[in-house]
Design a protein around this ligand. Structure first.
Ligand code: RB5
Length: 150
């Protein structure tokens, strides 16, 4: 898959820990920044990453800030994005199976690199279950479409 990654300064170190895993898994990776630990604003990276997924220029996105909260809120402002803030293996799996999330947000101040890598691996490898979950996801996306046309 083509994966877009992004972080602010508070997620930069964890983003660097995730990158080798994505390379090892054989994914193509695009990094939209930030490029250092210098202070940066999460929306400046979370929104462009989410837009790449929404436009079909990347299959999935992984975005990281201090808590993951700013990143997840930013990404969910982009039409077509279903971003989950995940800090454990159970929800990493469940949010793919039930919500068909296309962007994953994590907080560097919340999880260590080992747990974060496992979350990423599970989230990338888990398929959407469809069925009743598809109906529920479609309701959210239908609402989003209606909002855009009002
Ligand atoms: C930066 O200090 C921090 O506020 C940011 O990385 C993020 O946690 C916001 O949600």
């Amino acid at each position: 898959m083509k994966i877009v990654i992004g972080s602010d300064h508070a997620g930069y170190a964890l983003k660097k820990e995730i990158r080798p895993l994505l390379d090892d898994m054989g994914h193509e990776v695009v990094d939209v920044g930030t490029e250092s630990g210098d202070s940066a604003d999460y929306a400046d990276y979370g929104i462009p990453a989410a837009e790449m997924v929404a436009r079909g220029e990347a299959d999935r996105g992984i975005i990281i800030c201090g808590t993951g909260i700013g990143m997840s809120i930013s990404a969910n402002k982009v039409k077509g994005i279903r971003c989950a803030l995940v800090h454990d293996m159970f929800t990493a799996k469940a949010t793919r199976e039930h919500n068909n999330t296309n962007v994953l947000a994590m907080g560097e101040r919340i999880v260590g690199p080992g747990v974060a890598q496992e979350i990423v691996r599970i989230w990338l490898e888990t398929e959407f279950e469809g069925g009743r979950h598809e109906r529920r996801v479609n309701k959210m996306m239908e609402y989003e479409k209606q909002q855009a046309s009002t």
